[in-house]
Structures are given as C-alpha cells and as structure tokens.
Ligand binder design. Structure first.
Ligand code: AMP
Length: 151
C-alpha cells in the first residue's frame, strides 16, 4: 500500500459538485492510509457588505455558520468522516485552505474545477487561487462547465 499522502484535505463549496470531489478524494486517502479532512469556508458577512453596516452581525454569522455545518455534515456523514474532521471556517477560500493546510500538515488538497471560458476564465477561480501558493500537491477534479449551473 502506497503511503505517499498522510493528510488529504477536500475543499467543498456545498453544491452538488461536492459529492464528486469528495468521492474522488476518498479512494486516494484510503489507498494512502491517510487522514481525510473536509473544509468549507464562509465569506465574512461584514466583508460582503463592505464592512460598513452599523449593526452587530455576530448572531447572523453564527446562524450561517451553523447552517453550513449542517450542510457539510449532510455531505460528509454518509462517508463516515468524523465531525471533528469536518471544518467550517470564515474567510476567503484560498487563504483559509492554505492556512488550514499549513497548520495541519496537509500534503494533498482536493478541489473541484469548472471548465471556464470567456469572462469567467479571466476572473479566475477558487481552484486557481488554491493552486497558487499551495505548499503541497493540489488535485483539481473536473466538475463540469460553469454553464451547467451547480446547485
Ligand atoms: P472553481 O470552479 O475553480 O472556482 O472551484 C470550485 C471549487 O473550489 C469547489 O469545487 C471547491 O472545491 C472549491 N471551493 C469553492 N468555494 C469554496 C468554499 N467556500 N469553501 C471551500 N471550497 C470552496
């Protein structure tokens, strides 16, 4: 049995594509006898509204966090991924995925990647952001075109 990877991190956006990305990562983790963690990042509410809202957004952020945890569990529980290995963090996906990877000695990050063209290609993507600056291997699982709406 190969032991090339010891900790595989799967990043999911909670769309239906997440299943495909996770199902590609699981056999790799099993073959390598590696730990498997799954992560979803939530954009900070203040960030989305320009940080200018004169109200405390903490309780709304907490509710969003709770909701994301439930949706992540719906995806991860059927694959027997322990709740302690299911992570919801607040921040930008590439930054947080890199931070988590460094802090937890992740040696393979698995992300989904849409076939892009036109403006979407120019705007870049989460998978590109994750690839740039990653200090470990990154596997981009093709999850269909942007035209084929995910969700
Ligand atoms: P792309 O289509 O290249 O933008 O990348 C989509 C992939 O990036 C998804 O399949 C996930 O693997 C990852 N991703 C996008 N948004 C998030 C998020 N909020 N949290 C974690 N991973 C994400």
């Amino acid at each position: 049995m190969s032991n090339e990877y010891r900790h595989v991190l799967v990043a999911v956006d909670l769309t239906k594509d997440s299943h495909k990305v996770l199902e590609r990562a699981i056999p790799i983790a099993r073959r390598n006898n590696a730990k498997l963690s799954i992560i979803h990042t939530l954009e900070p509410l203040g960030f989305a509204y320009g940080g200018d809202i004169p109200m405390d957004l903490t309780s709304i952020q907490d509710q969003l966090d709770e909701h994301a945890k439930e949706r992540l569990a719906d995806i991860a529980d059927p694959h027997d991924i322990a709740r302690e290995d299911q992570h919801v963090v607040v921040g930008m996906p590439d930054t947080e995925i890199h931070r988590f990877s460094k802090e937890h000695n992740v040696d393979l990050i698995v992300v989904g990647s849409h076939g892009r063209h036109g403006f979407a290609l120019l705007l870049g993507s989460t998978s590109t952001g994750v690839l740039h600056g990653a200090q470990c291997d990154v596997l981009a699982v093709r999850v269909g075109n942007d035209d084929e709406a995910a969700e």
